[in-house]
Design a protein around this ligand. Structure first.
Ligand SMILES: [Zn+2]
Length: 75
């Protein structure tokens, strides 16, 4: 097993590898349980972060509806 490639995981995750190095590292991932496990964990963390950033209840909707009704009565 090539342990030098294990250290490339940091560069791989930061997209700092050129194409040849990336291909070599991907091949390494198939053979190295340590690296493939680490990639899985880090990708899960990344996805959880994305989910947390999304969503949130819409605000100001009731105000806008009330305002339009109120204006309608005035007219
Ligand atoms: Zn490895």
């Amino acid at each position: 097993m090539n342990e030098e490639l294990c250290q490339e995981i940091v560069h791989y995750l930061r997209n700092q590898l050129d194409e040849k190095e990336r291909i070599a590292f991907k091949k390494h991932l198939n053979h190295c349980p340590t690296c493939s496990e680490e990639i899985k964990v880090l990708q899960k963390i990344g996805e959880a972060g994305k989910r947390r950033g999304k969503g949130g209840p819409p605000s100001g909707m009731k105000k806008r509806v009330f305002h339009s009704i109120h204006n309608g009565q005035d007219l």
